[in-house]
Design a binder for this molecule. Sequence first.
Ligand code: RUB
Length: 330
Amino acid sequence: MEIPVKVLKIADGIKTMRIRGAGKIARAAAEALKIAALEYSGSRDEKSFKRYMARVADLLISTRPTAVSLPNAVYYVMYRLLTTEDRFDELRNTVIRATEQFIQESIDAVRKIGEIGAKRIPDNAVVLTHCHSTAAVSVITTAYRMGKIRKVYSTETRPFFQGRITMRHLLEAGVPAVQIPDSAVRYIMHEVDQVVVGADTIASNGAVVNKVGTSQVALAAHEARIRVFVAAETYKFSPSTAIGELVPIEFRSPEEIVPKEWMEKYKGIEVLNPSFDVTPPEYIDAIITELGVIPPQAAILVLLDRFGWALSKLKQGELGKIVFEETLEE
Ligand code: RUB
């Protein structure tokens, strides 16, 4: 059976960044799996349904490479499906229940991170954030409601300008916010009390992969002795990094950087557009998760707690690069 158009649209939305931000991508993928299950009209045997869902899972995972929240959301649902032996109707229900559960847990996690993180913001604070992170905004707006925030500096976040989304959210919440160019971060850092950013992926050693420029922000904060907090749900932790896999960094189109005509005019012009970078754990003071605040060095404990099942599969060399269709071929 063909993959439903609504599912293809979500996959395309993630790829082209109409849907963006690690948490939103994860929830959109879960929603796509739910739609796929609901719209399945193929043969009602268990194997055909599992194969079809595996194809949808692979498609969703292939849309963007860096945010581990995406495969983690898909594994969350597919693991439950692939380990269930039952009749078709029950399998379909398993998928629907798992997707709804993932989305609800994800929404709850962002709220919880806001509550936990806000307690760590000092009174009368000036905060700096980079890119648009729902989790970081949750911390900032919760702290603002507690009367703790004086001002927020939000970087533009070139070339895609996600900082404008942050500005919009902050202004709508009444938070006094100032948009600055990315290059002004070091200039402004002496005014800042705390940096709060999100994460796309957290490696087992506590390194944080987030929007390109985050590592420069962290470096400038380190120099000025300003604390850097990362707000991240536990599904941003990457199981495959525990066995030494690297986090793939997405490179996007040169046209996000230079005018389209240049590509025609200056044949062979080289442009590099990495979308993410890696901030080493030494530059991060704490990671705020829905389970509590941890030092980055404790990332492996979160991985063991949340993804113990995946880690045992990884030992067998299966999950690091899982392709669900192939898994079913065996
Ligand atoms: C978004 C980005 C965000 C993280 C965390 O990158 O780097 O900081 O995804 O966001 P892009 P959230 O716009 O390229 O997807 O806390 O919302 O998951």
